[in-house]
Ligand binder design. Structure first.
Ligand SMILES: *Cc1c(COP(=O)(O)O)cnc(C)c1O
Ligand code: SF4
Length: 325
């Protein structure tokens, strides 16, 4: 079987915090918490690590992936399933929460483990869409004509092979009432080598309109390689949006977010949501208060053209849509 370059890149991820810290010239400090790294695995692509500043323990990219002691502290209101995904799982691999849209948990795997991830405590592996569950999932979508949009999520759907993706897209396109294929992925940001002609062909192989929602939080994440990949996706006609999570000490300043959105606009990516943190266990130290979140958003509206201002939102379990603050 051919191994593609992105698959080789994925296999070469840092999975040991000590190795990443040494790579950054931070070997003397005890920055990573070993117990936290055991509770939620450590994983960072080399490409993402190369965008971190050497010798800076407060680097905004490093802080997104570095296991911290604070993750072990409990906090009231922070739980393993903060957005009610368990209740929304209608058949294995399908979350159906909102009218007209259904989400497929294609895989539990990601290229990178973000410490603030709302999935960190939830057994997505158990909900993911194996080949066996796939037929049942597609049957569910086919049986509900109110569903016009399917969201491929995970984990990260783009860790699936091109063959698996084009196969899935083909089966989805055969469901007549589906119009839109949405892909939620962080790979174009954390593993830009994933964006290949094989990938764009696999996703564009059907009649479905393709929307890709990427996930970048900080302007330092968006280097030339990332912009080139995004441009390639756009050249294929995909609608490109970004969602970011508001994170204390990382991007909780208007100028940082303004700069992120201006950079993404260079490749035609518009901001979608700016999420208030989902309250997953072990993430409380990333929380930005609502008051501060609103002030940052207000400041973004002053600084940016309207189309570069994201919607400030949070997900509340049981609500019929994501709630705007
Ligand atoms: C966020 C989410 C969606 C999409 O919501 P939009 O507001 O359309 O982006 C759909 N399904 C689930 C389960 C979600 O969590
Ligand atoms: S689902 Fe997204 S936020 Fe969570 S670990 Fe994977 S890439 Fe990071």
């Amino acid at each position: 079987m051919t191994t593609f370059r992105w698959q080789a890149d994925l296999a070469e991820c840092f999975t040991d915090p000590g190795a990443l810290l040494a790579h950054l010239g931070l070997e003397d400090s005890e920055l990573a918490d070993a117990t936290a790294a055991q509770a939620f695995g450590f994983r960072v692509t080399r490409s993402y690590a190369d965008r971190m500043r050497r010798g800076d323990p407060r680097d905004p990219l490093l802080l997104q992936v570095l296991p911290a002691r604070e993750e072990l502290f409990g906090a009231p209101g922070f739980t393993a399933d903060p957005v009610g995904d368990q209740a929304a799982a209608v058949v294995p691999g399908v979350l159906h929460k909102y009218q007209g849209r259904a989400l497929l948990v294609t895989t539990g795997a990601c290229a990178i483990n973000c410490r603030y991830c709302f999935r960190r405590g939830f057994p997505y592996g158990a909900y993911q869409l194996g080949r066996q569950a796939e037929s049942e999932a597609l049957g569910y979508l086919a049986a509900d004509p109110s569903i016009g949009e399917v969201i491929l999520s995970g984990g990260d759907p783009l860790v699936l092979s091109d063959t698996r993706l084009s196969d899935l897209v083909g089966r989805l396109a055969a469901i007549p009432h589906l119009q839109t294929l949405r892909v939620h992925t962080r790979l174009p940001v954390v593993l830009p080598s994933r964006v290949t002609h094989g990938l764009t062909d696999a996703l564009a192989s059907s009649r479905l309109v393709t929307v890709m929602v990427i996930h970048a939080n900080h302007p330092n994440e968006v280097d030339g390689a990332v912009l080139a990949g995004l441009q390639q996706l756009r050249d294929k006609g995909f609608m490109l949006l970004n969602q970011a999570v508001l994170l204390r000490g990382i991007n909780d300043e208007a100028e940082v977010l303004a700069s992120l959105n201006r950079r993404l606009a260079l490749a035609g990516v518009l901001p979608y949501y700016l999420h208030q943190l989902d309250r997953a266990s072990g993430t409380a130290h990333f929380l930005v208060s609502d008051q501060r979140a609103r002030a940052i958003h207000e400041s973004l509206r002053r600084r940016l053209p309207g189309y570069l201002v994201p919607r400030l939102a949070r997900e509340i379990a049981g609500e019929p849509y994501k709630t705007l603050l």
